[in-house]
Design a protein around this ligand. Structure first.
Ligand SMILES: Cc1ncc(COP(=O)(O)O)c(C=O)c1O
Length: 401
């Protein structure tokens, strides 16, 4: 663990609007990246394995495969799970499109299960209703860094012979029933994203975590064009030539570079501090907003330790129709709020595929009422107070207006 005060030292955010999320990069990170640039290897070198090993140590999982984005991680995880044409995979509509797109990439059909209104996470009861003979994979998404009900989901998966890929893009640093998200205690694989708004960043980047060696080997191949140098699986006559390799299936170039991995290693050392900062901001928001008449705030239950990738508030019913007005006024006042998310099946591309409004009523209701307030480690006390005061001012104006 890095000295807590050093982690945000020297981080300057020169933006006129307070963004909803932001990377936290300081001179320690810059030094590591420069070190990688000055080294023998800028890609396919030792920093990648070092980053993967640090991810395994952090999450308490056996294998990690670092890739070029969270989307790439979802794609190769879905392929490794054996998803293909004719199959169905169940996911949440309250997520970024990538959680469902990975199912389409494999030629399979995404099926959307509704959410629990209090958390925005997939509802195990609706998962059961959506299972058919074609179901093969579940993709629960830990929305905003709040862990899904994984024990319940794992029981459903076991009963119905389904694999689980946790979309943990928001949830590195979160815990469920005392286990770190990423440990894959309740799943076959978990994916991470290292986009700048996430808990740690490599610019773009992602990873798949698993405890399953067979899945791990498949993930390694898919990351690198479907090529293997693993002597045990090579042609018998050729396997002892030092140079020989085979392309055994159609894979991709989804590799992360050593430059990015160096940044990832440096960022990971500060992850616990980053999460602590996010959680402190959430406590301040919770205290200030406690018992207010305008909106509900996220609440942890006894099983979860939230990573607070987002701080999603949900306007109460009587303010629901005013969401866009409130949003606009907050933006006018230089608070970079965001809405997470448009239910995936309401995007025009999904509508063209035949998905219709009304499939997941709780998700649609959540979408109409949600606003994400800024939360990230370098947010200052003054900014937090400004956000709190402005949110009250704007909500009051709309309530009375
Ligand atoms: C829930 C979720 N899954 C997957 C992704 C895709 O990650 P990436 O942007 O690294 O491709 C994102 C990105 O925002 C996300 O929010």
């Amino acid at each position: 663990m890095v000295d807590a005060n050093r982690a945000t030292k020297g981080v300057k955010i020169n933006m006129k609007t307070i963004p909803y999320g932001h990377q936290c990069i300081n001179q320690d990170d810059v030094r590591e990246v420069v070190g990688a640039l000055n080294s023998e290897w800028i890609t396919q070198g030792p920093k990648i394995a070092e980053f993967e090993s640090a991810l395994c140590d952090y999450a308490g999982v056996k294998f990690a495969v670092a890739v070029s984005s969270g989307t790439a991680a979802l794609h190769i995880a879905a392929l490794s799970a054996g998803l293909r044409r004719g199959d169905e995979a169940i996911t949440s509509p309250i997520t970024f499109a990538a959680s469902a797109n990975c199912i389409l990439y494999c030629g399979a059909k995404p099926i959307f299960a509704d959410i629990q209104p209090e958390t925005g996470n997939i509802d195990p009861i609706d998962i059961v209703k959506k299972i058919t003979r074609k179901s093969k994979v579940l993709v629960p998404v830990h929305f905003a860094g709040y862990p899904c009900d994984m024990q319940e989901i794992a029981i459903i998966a076991r009963k119905n012979d389904l694999l689980i890929i946790e979309d943990a893009a928001h949830a590195l640093g979160a815990r469920y029933k005392g286990s770190k998200i990423g440990s894959c205690k309740y799943s076959d694989m978990a994916i991470l994203s290292f986009h700048p708004v996430k808990a740690i960043t490599t610019g773009e980047g992602g990873a798949v975590l698993t405890n399953n060696k067979r899945l791990y080997q498949r993930l390694l191949m898919l990351r690198n064009h479907g090529i293997t140098k693993d002597s045990k699986s090579l042609d018998r006559k050729m396997r002892y030539c030092g140079w020989y390799y085979e392309m055994q299936e159609l894979g991709f170039n989804y590799r992360l570079t050593d430059i990015q991995s160096a940044l990832g290693i440096s960022q990971l050392k500060k992850l616990d501090f980053f999460i602590e900062k996010r959680r402190k901001i959430a406590v301040t928001y919770n205290k200030a907003f406690n018992g207010n008449h305008f909106f509900d705030v996220p609440k942890e239950n006894k099983d979860v330790f939230c990573a607070y990738h987002l701080y999603p508030i949900r306007l109460k019913k009587d303010l629901e129709l005013k969401r866009d007005g409130i949003f606009k006024l907050l933006r006018d006042k230089k608070i970079g709020v965001q809405v997470h998310y448009i239910p995936v099946y309401l995007h025009p591309y999904y509508k063209k595929l035949g998905f219709k409004k009304g499939i997941c009523p709780a998700a649609e209701d959540f979408y109409h009422r949600e606003i994400s307030l800024p939360i990230y480690p370098a947010l200052t006390s003054r900014e937090i107070q400004y956000i709190i005061n402005t949110v009250f001012e704007v909500c009051n104006r709309h309530k009375n207006g």
